[in-house]
Design a binder for this molecule. Structure first.
Ligand code: GTP
Length: 235
């Protein structure tokens, strides 16, 4: 395997499948199967999941809600998704632990870096809920932060597009995909990979970001095996 320890970032919206809101159990099951293939190969895998399928702090704020309040609701949404994912992964026979950045001890372990690493070493999938535990930070930033803390080899950003393009491929059909690109070029070309906080945190800590299509079966396994899937951003 090309990667020994990875952090997989999934968006909350991805869990909606064809729905407008909430969690699609079928999609959840598909993701769990993809994740199992990788864990069965001995790859240590941690997951950060967003909460946008339930609540987005930013859109709450644009509707007049207090931003901090909205972000707290978003953090709880990621915990709900984390629980759903944990259940789906355990259905597939995987061992998992859910750790949250905000304490909800009756439901999940608190985030403890050393403990998270120990779980990974024992082959457990560790799901990090609650984002960074702070308002004004995205789950992408939480994903990069956790990836650095657990010494992941890369952060795998599962999306519905299959990589980084010269322009938005859903709007411009002449857009061309990059197999790899440097952090510098992403900024120079004004491409959007993650929000700036997440992106620069990744750059400063030399953590490669791989953007790939999580909805294509087998992609995750191919990626960690070393095949060219999606786009890698590195130095
Ligand atoms: P090792 O001792 O390293 O094998 O890890 P472990 O996770 O099995 O240790 P522990 O005995 O502490 O945990 C047993 C179970 O309790 C696991 O399912 C944990 O996720 C869960 N657990 C541990 N701490 C907490 C907590 O603070 N809150 C909740 N809700 N569950 C916890």
């Amino acid at each position: 395997m090309q990667y020994k320890r990875v952090l997989l970032k999934l968006s909350g919206e991805a869990l909606m499948g064809q729905r407008q809101y909430g969690i699609d159990p079928q999609r959840l099951k598909e993701y769990a199967k993809e994740i199992k293939q990788v864990v069965d190969k001995g790859v240590e895998l941690a997951i950060v999941i967003g909460g946008g399928n339930i609540f987005r702090g930013v859109s709450g704020a644009s509707n007049g809600m207090d931003r901090v309040q909205g972000d707290h609701m978003g953090m709880l949404a990621t915990c709900i998704n984390g629980l759903a994912l944990q259940s789906a992964l355990e259905d597939e026979g995987l061992y998992t632990r859910l750790q949250t950045a905000i304490e909800i001890k009756e439901i999940a372990e608190p985030f403890i870096k050393r403990r998270a690493i120990r779980h990974l070493e024992k082959g457990r999938v560790v799901i990090f809920g609650g984002g960074t535990g702070n308002p004004y930070f995205t789950t992408d930033t939480a994903a990069v932060l956790r990836a650095i803390e657990i010494n992941a080899d890369a952060i795998l950003k599962g999306t519905r597009v299959d990589g980084i393009y010269t322009a938005d491929p859903e709007k411009d059909e002449t857009a061309i995909k990059f197999d790899s690109i440097t952090f510098k070029d992403v900024i120079q070309k004004g491409l959007k990979v993650m929000d700036m906080t997440a992106f620069t945190l990744s750059e400063e800590n030399k953590l490669p970001i791989i953007v790939f299509d999580m909805n294509k079966q087998g992609n995750l396994l191919k990626l960690v095996s070393g095949e060219t899937v999606g786009t890698i951003v590195n130095h």
